[in-house]
Ligand binder design. Structure first.
Ligand SMILES: *Cc1c(COP(=O)(O)O)cnc(C)c1O
Ligand code: SF4
Length: 361
């Protein structure tokens, strides 16, 4: 057995372990995990310092999950936009293709809580149907493999899917979304990286939410991917009591750049059933972006998005930098709050005013 598979098998899956180590209420944890499974790789479990800390909140079931019964199980309507099971074709040129419903860790805030670790309806057949769909739709130039976590598949199974995609001429890029570098870095083996590097252009998006998740091990895993020529991005979710603070996000973004990972999206928490206790107000995310833009490296600033309920796709949210968009000039606010005026090109005269100005106040 591969080392990572042995590590995964050794994960914490029972409330009793948390009772012994931290005095947690095992009955409560077991009641929640009967509905929404728990799996915490030992590596990630060892990052917990005390009950209720940011690592704990992401990994350990909370009774609040069961108290949230009103919300929708699939607010993003991923199933309705599925022409074949487990493939969502929402945007014109790209698809989301779920190739497993298993994960190394079951994140408590997961937007696919309805399925991960619960259903088992991703199989050879749905994968074959998905590949057929992609093959017969020449407009698809970008395939995003997700799940669950695609790296739960063995290297051989994963390679079969990736090489099938690569043999489709109109598929330009392949993307993999994976949590492994963050929760079980031993999965990112030299063998895996060598295999993936045969199918470029291939991109990986990983998922770190808190600076404490950046360790020598996770850093080495991200560097192995980068050394294999794979651009690594990171999406994160804004989570109440975990990372809903500009300083925490800034520290995380800086740590990502140190391991050659580029920040990608910062998601507002979806309206998924069982995750309501993680929601923040939208202003929190806007304040975080305002605290980063101009104050740090441009590409350390993630794009803050809400995945629109009802299947509208990701919508970017920006703090207001445009004060006024007039016919003759644009009034803008900079990162320090000062206002500047940029003259517009006249609509009937492409020279127009060439002098900008600063508004003194
Ligand atoms: C997020 C997502 C994608 C990829 O979107 P990008 O903005 O290109 O990263 C594609 N399909 C679905 C259904 C998605 O949710
Ligand atoms: S790894 Fe991703 S899909 Fe799996 S539980 Fe965590 S957030 Fe959800």
């Amino acid at each position: 057995m591969d080392q990572w598979a042995a590590d995964l098998r050794d994960s914490v899956t029972q409330g009793a372990v948390l009772r012994e180590d931290f005095g947690a209420d095992a009955g409560e944890i077991d009641a929640v995990r009967a509905e929404y499974p728990m799996r915490i790789p030992r590596y990630y479990y060892n990052l917990i310092e005390e009950p209720g800390d940011p690592i704990w909140k992401q990994a350990v079931p909370s009774i609040q999950e069961l108290q949230d019964v009103e919300a929708d199980e699939d607010p993003l309507r991923e199933e309705e936009d599925s022409p074949v099971p487990r493939l969502t074709h929402r945007y014109p040129d790209r698809v989301l293709f779920l190739v497993t419903d298993r994960c190394p860790m079951y994140c408590r805030f997961c937007t696919r809580k309805r399925m991960v670790g619960r259903t088992s309806d991703v199989n050879q057949k749905t994968i074959a149907l998905g590949l057929d769909y992609i093959r017969s739709h020449p407009e698809i130039r970008d395939v995003l493999l997700s799940g669950g976590d695609p790296l739960m598949l063995s290297d051989q199974k994963l390679e079969r899917i990736i090489s099938s995609l690569r043999s489709i001429p109109h598929v330009e890029i392949i993307r993999i979304g994976t949590k492994f570098p963050c929760v079980l870095p031993s999965r990112i083996t030299g063998g895996l990286c060598a295999m993936l590097s045969r199918y470029h252009p291939l991109y990986i998006n990983t998922h770190f939410n808190h600076p404490r998740e950046v360790t020598p091990e996770s850093r080495a895993a991200c560097e192995r991917l980068a050394n294999a020529g794979i651009p690594v991005g990171c999406q994160k979710v804004l989570l109440r009591g975990v990372n809903d603070d500009p300083q925490i996000i800034k520290e995380l973004m800086h740590k990502l750049l140190l391991m050659r990972v580029r920040p990608y999206y910062l998601y507002q928490t979806d309206l998924t059933r069982g995750t309501n206790h993680f929601r923040t107000r939208v202003e929190v995310g806007l304040d975080i972006i305002r605290a980063l833009r101009g104050h740090t490296t441009g590409f350390a600033v993630p794009q803050f998005v809400i995945d629109a309920p009802g299947g509208g796709g990701k919508i970017p949210l920006m703090p207001e930098y445009v004060v006024e968009l007039g016919g003759n000039e644009v009034v803008m606010r900079n990162f320090e709050g000062r206002q500047y005026v940029y003259p517009q090109v006249a609509e009937d005269d492409d020279v127009g005013v060439r002098q900008g100005r600063v508004i003194n106040f």
